[in-house]
Ligand binder design. Structure first.
Ligand code: ADP
Ligand code: RBF
Ligand code: MG
Length: 152
């Protein structure tokens, strides 16, 4: 759909409003403003899937939200990654590397928190399947994820 994909990006994980884990039960690692600004302006807002690595972790599947979260009417554009892996501790200050592989849908507003959560869970299911394709898997092996980054 979008000719510019895949896109590789890297940045520090910073604090947001803390709603992802508390209200949705779906934590999202928010990228620093610097890393957000480094993404192409032409990259449309919406929900994407791809691969993610935190410091020297394995490369995991992820879903990504880019935009203003219409349900919460945020003032700042955010780029938030939900990594499909259970981490033992929080990740603030660590380096997140992502490869954005494909586009799922535009950002939406919802009538209820439950509807937002249900839709994100369906995004996660789709991402899991789409990332199992041979086409998607090649990006996981890209040298971008093999370069060493310092531990925090
Ligand atoms: P914030 O608004 O500060 O981004 P969230 O409620 O969205 O807070 O939670 C995100 C934080 O949870 C991440 O910055 C990270 O430290 C931690 N975290 C733990 N597991 C994950 C995961 N699987 N994916 C993303 N973040 C995770
Ligand atoms: N927020 C919205 O307001 N509308 C959306 O359609 C939406 N889709 C999302 C899809 C995914 C896969 C993820 C991880 C988040 C999405 N969000 C969306 C953002 C969500 O509101 C945000 O992660 C929380 O507010 C915590 O920051
Ligand atoms: Mg978050």
């Amino acid at each position: 759909m979008q000719k510019q994909l895949p896109i590789y990006a890297c940045g520090e994980i910073v604090r947001g409003f803390g709603r992802g884990s508390k209200e949705l039960g779906i934590p999202t690692a928010n990228l620093s403003l610097e890393a957000v600004k480094a993404l192409p302006d032409s990259l449309q807002t919406g929900v994407y899937y791809g691969w993610a690595k935190v410091n020297d972790s394995d490369v995991h599947k992820m879903v990504l939200s880019i935009g203003w979260n219409p349900f919460y009417n945020n003032k700042e554009k955010s780029v938030e990654t939900h990594i499909l892996h259970e981490f033992k501790c929080d990740l603030y200050g660590r380096t997140l590397k992502i490869c954005i592989v494909g586009y799922l849908r535009p950002e939406q507003n919802f009538d209820s928190l439950e509807a937002l959560i249900e839709t994100i869970n369906s995004d996660i299911d789709q991402a899991k399947t789409l990332l199992d394709s041979v086409d998607s898997k090649q990006f996981k092996e890209n040298s971008f994820f093999k370069e060493t980054i310092e531990k925090s």
